[in-house]
Design a protein around this ligand. Structure first.
Ligand code: NAI
Length: 328
């Protein structure tokens, strides 16, 4: 029996993500938590004729405890999204506290659950989550994931726009580093099957993957950031975790993880100087089986992008850790 929780379930990402999880045959119980509207979202989804049993909870009546108890996987898209002109780091003030509170809930009620953090800035909210779990004595680095799948999905889509491949997801592209602007580093030289990107198109392509989220923020004119594509990406990653748990082998997808805590991660942490970093990880029945080193085989151009990534990412990571260690 698999119990999945969506925390932030009534939001722009939370609702379509909950719909996708309700459609997933791997989920038996779907528990929706938010500070508003979950009874309505749960009632609506509960009429869909798939096996998952849906319940909705609000903070009142010990709702967080009820929602989280017994969860196997907790997906967190709670928190405010960007408006035009904002960076992901601008969200820190509000979202840091929201993520901290929800992770305290995980530690108290479902400490063994897989945790998928979507709330931005992911570069800082995942270190916050790790720090909270460490303090509660239940940090398992093989089960904590920052969801960077949308960057991968964008890279696949934008490359297909150049290569003409009909099905974008047929090309695997490692997108590594962090999840904001220059910390996002697509390694097109390691695409499989290989892709031929004309030299005069490369810079614009890299830039589009790094700042693709801004296109959506601008087009939505103040109504938020990516929600539908993010729900797709979040679901794609959650489904991979669940399939690996059920025993499927060879599942690899990049995710932002705590490198020193996972097999193969130490040497990547040494090369990058970053303890939290997104790299392709192989998933297994207990979460991360191993981190795959694609950093050392980056080409010269990609190494330059990585240098810029390390600087920004290190400061985002410290900011998250500092938030828990020395509360403002
Ligand atoms: P939204 O504002 O539409 O939804 C957020 C939901 O979180 C709301 O329903 C709100 O009531 C709920 N919420 C607030 N505080 C809460 C708490 N303490 N407990 C439970 N729920 C709480 O925002 P949207 O568009 O769904 O975005 C959510 C987050 O995802 C944002 O931080 C956004 O930046 C991030 N995001 C991450 C992406 C990624 O690639 N990792 C991509 C796009 C967005």
């Amino acid at each position: 029996m698999v119990k999945a929780v969506v925390a932030g379930a009534s939001g722009g990402i939370g609702q379509p993500l909950s719909l996708l999880l309700k459609s997933c045959p791997l989920v038996d119980e779907l528990s929706l938590y938010d500070v508003v509207n979950t009874p309505g979202v749960a009632a609506d989804l509960s009429h869909i004729s798939t096996p998952a049993k849906v319940t909705g909870f609000l903070p009142k009546d010990d709702g967080l405890k009820q929602a989280f108890t017994g969860a196997d996987i907790v997906v967190i898209p709670a928190g405010i999204p960007r408006k035009p002109g904002m960076t992901r780091d601008d969200l820190f003030k509000i979202n840091a506290g929201i993520v901290q509170g929800l992770i305290e809930g995980v530690a108290a009620h479902c400490p063994k659950a897989y945790i998928l953090v979507i709330s931005n800035p992911v570069n800082s909210t995942v270190p916050i989550a790790a720090e909270v779990l460490k303090r509660a004595g239940c940090f398992d680095p093989t089960k904590l994931f920052g969801v960077t799948t949308l960057d991968v999905v964008r890279a696949e889509t934008f490359v297909a726009g150049i290569s003409g491949e009909r099905d974008p997801a047929k090309t695997t592209i490692p997108v590594i580093g962090g999840h904001s602007g220059e910390t996002i580093v697509p390694l097109f030289s390691q695409a499989k099957p290989s892709v031929n990107i004309p030299a005069d198109k490369m810079d614009a392509l890299v830039n589009r993957v790094q700042f693709g989220g801004d296109e959506v923020v601008k087009a939505k004119e103040g109504a938020g950031s990516a929600t539908l594509s993010m729900a797709y990406a979040g679901y794609r990653f959650a489904e991979k975790v669940l399939k690996a748990v059920k025993g499927e082998k060879g599942i690899v997808e990049p995710s932002f993880v705590y490198l020193p805590g996972v097999s193969g991660g130490d040497s990547i942490a040494k090369t990058t100087g970053c303890d939290f970093f997104s790299v392709p990880i192989e998933l297994g029945p207990n979460g991360v089986e191993k981190a795959i080193d694609v950093v050392s085989s980056a080409n010269e151009n990609e190494k330059k992008l990585l240098e810029a990534c390390y600087t920004g990412l290190k400061s985002n990571i410290s900011k998250g850790i500092e938030f828990v260690q020395n509360p403002p």
